[in-house]
Design a protein around this ligand. Structure first.
Ligand SMILES: NC(=O)C1=CN([C@@H]2O[C@H](COP(=O)(O)OP(=O)(O)OC[C@H]3O[C@@H](n4cnc5c(N)ncnc54)[C@H](O)[C@@H]3O)[C@@H](O)[C@H]2O)C=CC1
Ligand SMILES: O=C(CO)COP(=O)(O)O
Length: 511
């Protein structure tokens, strides 16, 4: 970590002093936001950019807005004075660098990361499986066993189940006992063998105890209650990844699930989202995903936990580019440093290609809002229209997702995430052609019943996130008086309510 002040901040970065340094990236929200500059700042906002550009040129460095940075490159965050973060790109991504590998494999860390997956539905169990394969493979970084918290329920194994036991008969059994005995989640991910180091645990507090990495993977409507239960039972330095597709709204505000988790628990939490159908990935069919993780400055190697902002915070920015209210406790130095390289090792599998980025807004909103569009596609197809109508819905839907991101996260949104990442168009396409929200809303229209009824009768406990997300987003937009800007989102809400007909959708777009 290099912290510099005033106009001379580029000097330590000269290529001669840091081998491999060629480019510097400024993270634009902070760059533009005068609030990060104290009143005695010698660099007034308008001239700041020019001044920095000139210095960069004279130092032989290229200077970019951070939204232009290439994919898959690691950026370490440092500060211009105590105010604005800067991303410094070394010529190689860090998780490919020899020194980083050596540091992790040399046995210099006395602690390993313990990993807990919170949730065990269709996707939760699939992620527990792939993560457990990796904790086995990277025994130098992670504890081998992966805890998987299971919302306990009873299941009955039928006579044709390979696990049917005459002595138990058709007596109900606890789902956790069945998972731990047969290494299969017979209810939410049947017929998939789980690694034996996935340990199903019905106690949330016991499952998260001492875990430095928490993977949140359950329907978004349950996250509030789960956070309440685990608050105070996790290490203060824990870090999270949310695989949840949804948002949290009140009438006045919308927040990303990963931010909601971070604020509720006092930790940093990133987001994983992509074109990911759990059953296909569980069968090890190839797919891609996107992980957005903004390594907090306190976790940067060499920061010694003291990457302080001007106001006594530890320099971490929230999803709107403002200094976060959450005061983070650094991951202790006894653990391998928790940044892109470790997260990559935890999730990447030969059949699960991971792209690491730092745009938590794009990744989270893409994953949440495409579920509304998937429901619209199901309605349209159930009505009897085909690919051209669905394409119109997808295009309109993506327009509304981007409009939403621009309206509510104007300082931080990196629109290229929607175009270039699996969490953007990739997820839109798969969700509108083969995922549950699409499939079951199509079925609802075909059968002339509501999607809510189909969820109850056909999904065996699984949830359609698109129903609640549509409701929440529509009510938020209405409360803000901006619903006319989002005709497709509002139409889906109207159809769910029985107030709008599917065949009326095209009328919404006539000028
Ligand atoms: N299934 C998939 O292919 C994918 C799902 N996702 C996302 O992953 C998240 C989790 O979804 P799935 O794993 O598919 O879940 P699911 O829909 O398969 O299962 C529902 C889960 O909710 C749990 N549950 C029920 N009542 C509960 C309560 N009161 N408190 C806590 N948990 C309760 C059930 O035990 C079960 O584990 C969602 O946000 C979804 O959008 C993301 C990518 C792929
Ligand atoms: O998010 C998903 C695909 O990327 C899964 O969506 P469903 O919840 O509609 O199955």
């Amino acid at each position: 970590m290099v912290v510099c002040t005033g106009q001379s901040f580029l000097a330590p970065y000269k290529s001669s002093s840091i081998p491999g340094l060629r480019q510097i990236f400024l993270r634009h929200p902070s760059f533009q936001a005068t609030r990060f500059f104290p009143s005695n700042c010698p660099l007034p906002q308008p001239s700041f950019s020019q001044s920095v550009s000139k210095q960069a040129a004279s130092a032989g460095l290229r200077l970019f807005n951070s939204s232009h940075r290439p994919r898959n490159f690691h950026f370490s965050k440092t500060s211009i004075g105590p105010f604005a973060p800067v991303y410094v790109q070394l010529s190689k991504p860090r998780y490919f660098s020899q020194s980083a590998k050596m540091a992790i494999t040399s046995g210099s860390y006395t602690q390993k990361h313990k990993v807990t997956v919170i949730g065990s539905g269709n996707w939760g169990t699939t992620v527990a499986k792939l993560v457990a394969e990796n904790t086995r493979e990277h025994g130098d970084i992670f504890e081998e066993d992966v805890q998987m918290w299971v919302y306990e329920e009873e299941v009955t194994l039928s006579k044709d189940s390979p696990h049917y036991d005459e002595s138990v008969g058709d007596k109900p059994q606890k789902l956790t006992s069945v998972i731990n005995k047969y290494h299969e989640n017979v209810k939410y991910l049947p017929k998939i063998a789980l690694p034996t180091n996935v340990v199903a645990n019905p106690s949330l507090q016991d499952a998260v105890k001492d875990s430095s990495i928490l993977i949140f993977n359950l329907p978004h409507e349950f996250i509030g209650n789960v956070c309440k239960q685990i608050k105070g039972h996790i290490p203060p330095y824990a870090r999270g990844i949310s695989c949840i597709k949804g948002v949290t709204v009140t009438d006045s505000d919308v927040s990303l699930i990963c931010e909601y988790i971070g604020d509720a628990l006092g930790i940093y939490c990133g987001a994983l989202s992509g074109a990911n159908i759990a059953s296909e990935i569980a069968n090890e069919e190839w797919c891609e995903t996107t992980i957005a993780y903004n390594t907090p400055p306190v976790d940067e190697p060499g920061s010694n936990g003291s990457a302080g902002g001007a106001d006594g915070t530890n320099g971490h920015l929230d999803a709107r580019g403002q200094i976060s209210k959450t005061q983070l406790t650094p991951v202790p130095q006894e653990y391998p440093p928790l940044g892109h390289d470790v997260m990559y090792k935890l999730f990447s599998r030969p059949y699960f290609t991971v792209s690491m980025v730092s745009d938590v807004v794009g990744v989270s909103l893409g994953g949440a809002l495409k579920n509304i569009v998937a429901i619209a596609c199901g309605f349209v197809e159930g009505h009897g229209w085909n690919m051209t109508a669905k394409t119109a819905v997808m295009r309109r839907g993506m327009q509304e997702i981007i409009a939403f991101a621009r309206e509510f996260f104007p300082d931080t949104i990196e629109e290229k995430t929607f175009w270039e990442e699996s969490a953007g168009w990739g997820d839109m396409i798969v969700s509108c052609t083969s995922a549950r929200n699409w499939r079951y809303s199509k079925m609802a229209v075909e059968r002339g019943v509501t999607v809510q009824e189909i969820e109850k009768t056909e999904l065996n406990g699984q949830k359609l996130q698109g129903i609640s997300t549509t409701r929440e987003v529509a009510s938020f937009l209405r409360a803000r008086g901006v619903e006319q800007k989002y005709p497709l989102f509002m139409a889906v809400d109207g159809i769910l309510d029985g107030k709008v007909k599917v065949e009326d959708i095209p009328k919404l777009f006539r000028k």
